[in-house]
Design a protein. Structure first.
Length: 117
Protein backbone atom coordinates (compact mmCIF):
# COMPACT_ATOMS: atom_id res chain seq x y z
CA UNK A 1 0.00 0.00 0.00
CA UNK A 2 1.50 3.31 -1.04
CA UNK A 3 0.46 6.92 -1.32
CA UNK A 4 2.91 9.32 -2.92
CA UNK A 5 2.24 13.02 -2.52
CA UNK A 6 3.77 15.54 -4.92
CA UNK A 7 3.34 19.04 -6.27
CA UNK A 8 4.46 21.11 -3.32
CA UNK A 9 6.89 23.98 -3.54
CA UNK A 10 7.65 27.58 -2.69
CA UNK A 11 4.86 29.93 -3.71
CA UNK A 12 4.21 33.60 -3.16
CA UNK A 13 1.15 34.69 -1.19
CA UNK A 14 -1.88 34.71 -3.44
CA UNK A 15 -0.48 32.02 -5.65
CA UNK A 16 -1.84 28.58 -6.48
CA UNK A 17 -0.70 24.99 -6.40
CA UNK A 18 -2.15 21.63 -7.24
CA UNK A 19 -1.04 18.76 -5.06
CA UNK A 20 -1.28 15.19 -6.29
CA UNK A 21 -1.41 11.90 -4.47
CA UNK A 22 -0.74 8.73 -6.42
CA UNK A 23 -2.13 5.53 -4.93
CA UNK A 24 -1.00 1.96 -5.40
CA UNK A 25 -1.38 -1.40 -3.73
CA UNK A 26 -5.06 -1.12 -2.82
CA UNK A 27 -8.43 -0.69 -4.49
CA UNK A 28 -8.33 3.07 -4.68
CA UNK A 29 -11.83 3.48 -6.10
CA UNK A 30 -13.42 1.98 -2.97
CA UNK A 31 -11.78 4.37 -0.51
CA UNK A 32 -12.78 7.80 0.64
CA UNK A 33 -9.66 9.94 0.72
CA UNK A 34 -8.51 12.81 2.87
CA UNK A 35 -5.88 15.51 2.81
CA UNK A 36 -4.21 16.65 6.01
CA UNK A 37 -1.47 19.14 6.76
CA UNK A 38 1.05 19.79 9.48
CA UNK A 39 2.52 23.22 9.99
CA UNK A 40 5.82 23.70 11.82
CA UNK A 41 5.33 23.26 15.54
CA UNK A 42 1.66 22.39 15.21
CA UNK A 43 -0.50 19.30 15.28
CA UNK A 44 -1.45 17.63 12.04
CA UNK A 45 -4.89 18.84 10.95
CA UNK A 46 -7.64 17.71 8.62
CA UNK A 47 -7.99 19.72 5.42
CA UNK A 48 -10.46 18.04 3.08
CA UNK A 49 -12.11 14.75 2.20
CA UNK A 50 -13.75 13.18 -0.83
CA UNK A 51 -15.98 10.13 -1.11
CA UNK A 52 -14.96 7.08 -3.08
CA UNK A 53 -17.02 8.19 -6.07
CA UNK A 54 -16.05 11.83 -5.79
CA UNK A 55 -19.65 12.90 -5.35
CA UNK A 56 -19.25 14.14 -1.79
CA UNK A 57 -16.61 16.58 -0.60
CA UNK A 58 -15.95 18.28 2.71
CA UNK A 59 -13.53 20.93 3.83
CA UNK A 60 -12.12 22.36 7.03
CA UNK A 61 -13.54 25.81 7.71
CA UNK A 62 -10.07 27.31 7.41
CA UNK A 63 -9.77 26.32 3.74
CA UNK A 64 -13.33 26.52 2.43
CA UNK A 65 -13.57 28.53 -0.74
CA UNK A 66 -9.84 28.31 -1.46
CA UNK A 67 -9.14 24.56 -1.60
CA UNK A 68 -10.72 22.04 -3.96
CA UNK A 69 -10.35 18.30 -3.59
CA UNK A 70 -10.88 16.00 -6.55
CA UNK A 71 -10.00 12.51 -7.67
CA UNK A 72 -9.49 10.41 -10.78
CA UNK A 73 -10.23 6.79 -10.00
CA UNK A 74 -8.94 5.68 -13.39
CA UNK A 75 -5.54 7.19 -12.65
CA UNK A 76 -5.70 6.32 -8.93
CA UNK A 77 -4.96 9.89 -7.96
CA UNK A 78 -6.44 12.38 -5.57
CA UNK A 79 -5.74 16.07 -5.96
CA UNK A 80 -5.84 19.23 -3.87
CA UNK A 81 -6.12 22.50 -5.74
CA UNK A 82 -5.02 25.36 -3.50
CA UNK A 83 -5.78 28.94 -4.46
CA UNK A 84 -5.14 32.30 -2.81
CA UNK A 85 -2.32 30.81 -0.78
CA UNK A 86 -1.53 32.43 2.56
CA UNK A 87 1.59 32.16 4.70
CA UNK A 88 -0.44 30.18 7.23
CA UNK A 89 -0.95 27.49 4.59
CA UNK A 90 2.73 26.64 4.92
CA UNK A 91 2.83 23.00 5.96
CA UNK A 92 3.59 19.47 4.90
CA UNK A 93 0.53 18.11 3.14
CA UNK A 94 -0.44 14.45 3.37
CA UNK A 95 -3.08 12.31 1.73
CA UNK A 96 -4.58 9.28 3.40
CA UNK A 97 -7.29 6.73 2.84
CA UNK A 98 -10.18 6.38 5.24
CA UNK A 99 -10.22 3.02 7.00
CA UNK A 100 -7.92 0.02 7.15
CA UNK A 101 -5.06 -0.33 6.35
CA UNK A 102 -4.66 3.43 6.90
CA UNK A 103 -4.41 3.35 10.66
CA UNK A 104 -3.82 6.21 13.03
CA UNK A 105 -0.05 6.16 12.57
CA UNK A 106 -0.01 5.48 8.82
CA UNK A 107 1.37 8.44 6.89
CA UNK A 108 3.18 8.92 3.63
CA UNK A 109 6.14 11.22 3.12
CA UNK A 110 4.00 14.26 2.39
CA UNK A 111 4.78 17.22 0.19
CA UNK A 112 6.04 20.56 1.50
CA UNK A 113 4.17 23.73 0.68
CA UNK A 114 5.87 26.97 1.63
CA UNK A 115 4.10 30.28 1.13
CA UNK A 116 6.45 33.21 1.36
CA UNK A 117 7.36 36.38 -0.48
Amino acid sequence: VQLAESGGGLVQPGGSLTLSCAASGFTFSTYAMRWYRQAPGKEREYVASISSTGNSKNYADSVKGRFTISRDNGKKNVYLQINSLKPEDTAVYYCKGLGAPFGRDWWGQGTQVTVSS
